[in-house]
Design a protein around this ligand. Sequence first.
Ligand code: SAM
Length: 266
Amino acid sequence: MSSKVNFDTIAKRYDLINEVISFGLVNLWRSTFSRLVAEGLKRRSVTIVDQDLDVLEIGVGSGKQLHSVLKKINKLNLKTDHVFGIDQSKEMLKIAQNNVNKWEEKNVRLVNLPLEQYSPVDQKFDLVIMSFALRNIPDVFGALEKSKKLLKPGGQLAVLDFSTPRLLLRPFVIIYERFILWRIARLLGGNGHSYRYLTNSIEKWYTPQNVSYLFEKAGFKKMIVKRSWSGIVCTHIYHSPTLAELEDYKRQSSKPLRSVSIMQNN
Ligand SMILES: C[S@@+](CC[C@H](N)C(=O)[O-])C[C@H]1O[C@@H](n2cnc3c(N)ncnc32)[C@H](O)[C@@H]1O
């Protein structure tokens, strides 16, 4: 899957177009995702190691999803320590910076780098989110592996993206996406080519089962996988192995194989 959308060219209209082409539903998708992220964080005994959370959004765009997640974290009476948003699009980050300046949270830093080049020294995260971003990264498996490296042991990776709508809805969604959506986006001043690519990428995107397979192959442990809004979007929340699990792996791999010890007894 190759990224052919130049987000710099659609940055100024990105949020407006999202609202119109989704009939305002994008805000509900975002709050469902934030609620599920909060649910994941409440299962702290399984995963989270720190009280004050270090949070990262990869492909932060204009920052809307990050803000929604931070507000939910506050409602859980949890605190954040370091909050980072990274994005390869300079123009998207300009919009994000304007938004961040108005937020209550003052500890948010934005970094203009692609995930592939982002390797902060001495900084790992309790929570990494990706909202409508994983689909735009050409090497999806590589992105999951890289995210795992950015997490503390037991840290959570939460991904929101489009999914396969339920059967009855599917023909309407396909007609809307193929023939109508990108024309509306163009009317609103968006780049028609980019929005055609976006809808094409949604149709070609993996099923939730395939995404889960990639998570598991990258070494993550499942927490929550939920299709919402008639299957239009899907949330995957997984955690990286905890310290106890890592110790367990070490113990298992240092044990002599049973067949070997039987041979030795003989
Ligand atoms: C569809 S937008 C989603 C923005 C935001 N997360 C949201 O929920 O509205 C995808 C964002 O991912 C960014 N992006 C795509 N590939 C990236 C990469 N390899 N590294 C960092 N950002 C990337 C794009 O520049 C864009 O801002």
